[in-house]
Design a protein around this ligand. Sequence first.
Ligand code: 8YV
Length: 323
Amino acid sequence: MAPALPRLLVTRRLPKEVETRLAKAYRAELNADDQPMSEAEILDAARDKDALLITPMDRSFATGIIAKLPASVKIVATFSVGYEHVDIAAARERNIAVTNTPDVLTNATADIALLLILGAARGAYWGERMVREDRWTSWSPTAPLGFDVSGKRLGILGMGRIGQAVAKRAQAFEMELHYHNRRPVAPDLAYGARYHAALDQMLPHCDFLSVNCASTPETRGLVNEKLIAKLPDGAIIVNSARGDIIDDDALIAGLTSGKLAAAGLDVFRNEPRIDPRYRSLDNVFLLPHLGSATRDTRIAMGMRAADNLDAFFAGRRPADLLT
Ligand code: 8YV
């Protein structure tokens, strides 16, 4: 008799191709109506499971649920590259493997970073609104005006895979590139960007600052009043990484005082319940966390999570093991 398939809980609905694969290889409990699950619901459903496939919205994995999981759970695969929503130390302590989905969303997320740069600089929000609200009544040489991107200086905060892909794209826009990272990257991965070992040294060179680092205890709130003060006047900040890296009070103060010309945000602290003050600012270009939101990329992320689960249950080391 063939051994019983591992039992898997999937906390959100995934692309059809991914669910079909998971349903073949696992005794999978899928989330057909895509209702986010509470901590209690996850714990209840996890009772008879060997594996959990979760998303960054399952924030309880950072705040204590891991200690309460039944002993049957041996692996937690997150459908994301970011894993600040998983308490890795707690998982290690319980000998639960954790995996993520890097690489496959690098291009899609870097594309969104460029969209934020262009959208914030060129007035994508107010321009679109003018057309939709029928307020585009004449053309004028002097208004409305945005800001050039080509030839401007871009500072990349966090030169991992996504930061590098942002640099590669920005090079085509003839931007002067700078980056800050814990360590310099190999020259062929820097796309001509100049390394600044100290973030403070890079800031005066940033007409644009693109946030591309992970959310960690060190980076949370990093983009604060002091950091913004060191940027050139009229700088533009874009964030396609995590909302909590930015101090919302400081960013909103910079946008309203004129210190900052604009911002482009795809991610927010407490999303989707974002700081409501952003909604009334004309100089911010806002997106609802679309970094990896293409069909191809979401399928690839699901397949990557499935590859990790398959490897684990075949007794191999998953490619994206974090524990
Ligand atoms: C989304 C991301 O969170 O992978 C990440 O870390 O931020 C994004 O891809 C994605 O929607 C995760 O489910």
